[in-house]
Design a binder for this molecule. Structure first.
Ligand SMILES: O=P(O)(O)OC[C@H]1O[C@H](OP(=O)(O)OP(=O)(O)O)[C@H](O)[C@@H]1O
Ligand SMILES: Nc1ncnc2[nH]cnc12
Length: 170
C-alpha cells in the first residue's frame, strides 16, 4: 500500500520552517489505517513484547491498536499533570519546544519487555526520553516503532543500540 498518499504535508506548522507531517488522513481511512497498524504489529510480534508504551498524544493513536492486536497491555506516557497517581517523570526537548512525560509508578515491572510506539520520529527527543523513563523502571526496551521517520534529524544515531521500525521515511 502507498502509505505516503495518506500523509498530508503542512508547511510552517506549528511554527515557521517546520513541515508538519499530518497523519489524520491515514487515520480517517479504515483500510489504510488498519494496514499501517498491521505492519507495526507484525514487527512487534517478533519482539515478544509484554507491553506497549505510547507517548501522548499521537503515540496513543498508533500504540493502542497495536496493543489490542497483540493482546498485550498499553501504558500511556502522559504530559505533565495528567496522571492521577504517583508517577515517574522526565523532561525533554523536541523539534518544536520542550515537554515533560510521566508514567504511573506501578505501570511497568522490572524485566518486562517493552515496545515504544509513536506516530513520528523527528529529533528523537521524545523517544530518548521515553526509553530513559521506561528503563528507570528496570524494564527492557526491545525496540521502537513509528509510522514516520524524518531522516534529516538523524535520530537513529541517538538510539543506535535499539531496533527501530518505521513505515515511511522523509
Ligand atoms: O522526535 P521528536 O523531535 O521528539 O518529535 C516527535 C514527537 O513530536 C510529536 O509529539 P508532540 O510532542 O508534538 O505531541 P502530540 O502527540 O501531543 O501532538 C510526535 O507525535 C512525537 O511524539
Ligand atoms: N515535522 C513534524 N510533523 C509532525 N509531527 C512532528 N513532531 C515533531 N516534528 C514533527
Amino acid at each position: 500500500m502507498n502509505f505516503e498518499h495518506y500523509i498530508a504535508a503542512v508547511e510552517n506548522f506549528p511554527e515557521e520552517g517546520v513541515t508538519f507531517r499530518d497523519i489524520t488522513p491515514l487515520m480517517a481511512d479504515g483500510p489504510a489505517f488498519r494496514a499501517a497498524i498491521s505492519e507495526i504489529s507484525e514487527f512487534a510480534r517478533q519482539k515478544e513484547v509484554d507491553i506497549i508504551v505510547g507517548p501522548e498524544a499521537r503515540g496513543f493513536i498508533v500504540g493502542c491498536p497495536v496493543a489490542f492486536d497483540l493482546e498485550v497491555g498499553f501504558v500511556p506516557a502522559r504530559k505533565k499533570g495528567k496522571l492521577p497517581r504517583e508517577t515517574a517523570t522526565i523532561d525533554y526537548g523536541l523539534e518544536y519546544g520542550k515537554s515533560t512525560l510521566q508514567i504511573h509508578k506501578d505501570a511497568i515491572k522490572p524485566g518486562q519487555r517493552v515496545l515504544i510506539v509513536d506516530d513520528l520520529l523527528a529529533t528523537g527527543g521524545t523517544i530518548k526520553a521515553t526509553i530513559d523513563l521506561v528503563e528507570s523502571f528496570g524494564a527492557e526496551v526491545v525496540g521502537a516503532a513509528f509510522l514516520i521517520e524524518l531522516e534529516e534529524f538523524a535520530a537513529r544515531e541517538k538510539i543506535s543500540e535499539y531496533e527501530v521500525f518505521t513505515l515511511l521515511k522523509y
